[in-house]
Design a protein around this ligand. Structure first.
Ligand code: AMP
Length: 187
């Protein structure tokens, strides 16, 4: 059985997950799978999923699990994901994490590793405010950070308790973070 690389990027909004995931994706030629990006695309195209998800994304709330689980299952079954992938923005709560575990054990060939990018709060807010996405206004940012603390932090404990978590200091400039990640992922 081959062991394809599955990387799960955790960390709060603004921690640099997207940027770092994109770089590693190019380096290892494995897809960068961002549920936020998939949702933004669905919203822009006003698909059924997009229409259902829009309100939640605009408010900085989590989109209900049932809208995401099939999306992830289908995405991980696509051809380009068979040698590995980087998940960015999923899982976002413990029920998504247990769903992913079950799915990966069914697929049977991925050895997954969760990476937590740790960044101090004031840096997060500065970064988010300078990014200019529609959901990057101050009120929504505050809500997204609250949702992160409440729902996503337990996901970090979940991977920690399962011995599959590596934490990385995400405060330094992006190139330094990339260098730290490279060391971890190459192992
Ligand atoms: P992101 O680009 O990862 O910051 O995600 C943007 C928004 O998409 C979030 O604030 C949520 O509304 C929604 N979203 C992305 N991923 C998930 C997920 N795994 N579960 C629920 N909602 C999500």
């Amino acid at each position: 059985m081959s062991h394809a690389k599955g990387l799960i990027f955790l960390g709060p909004p603004g921690s640099g997950k997207g940027t770092q995931a994109q770089l590693l994706s190019a380096q290892f030629t494995i897809p960068h799978i961002s549920t936020g990006e998939m949702l933004r695309q669905a919203i822009a195209q006003q698909t059924e999923l997009g229409k259902k998800a829009q309100h939640y994304v605009d408010q900085g709330e989590l989109v209900p699990d049932e809208l995401l689980l099939d999306l992830i299952r289908e995405r991980l079954n696509q051809d380009d994901a068979q040698n590995g992938w980087i998940l960015d923005g999923f899982p976002r709560n413990v029920s998504q994490a247990t769903f992913l575990d079950k799915l990966l054990s069914e697929l049977g060939k991925f050895s997954e590793q969760a990476i937590n990018l740790e960044v101090s709060d004031h840096l997060l807010i500065d970064r988010l405010l300078s990014r200019g996405r529609k959901d990057d206004n101050e009120e929504t940012i505050r809500r997204r950070l609250d949702v992160y603390r409440e729902k996503t932090k337990p996901v970090i404990d979940y991977y920690h308790n399962h011995g599959r978590l590596t934490s990385v200091d995400g405060n330094p400039p992006p190139e330094e973070v990339t260098a730290s990640l490279n060391k971890i992922v190459a192992n």
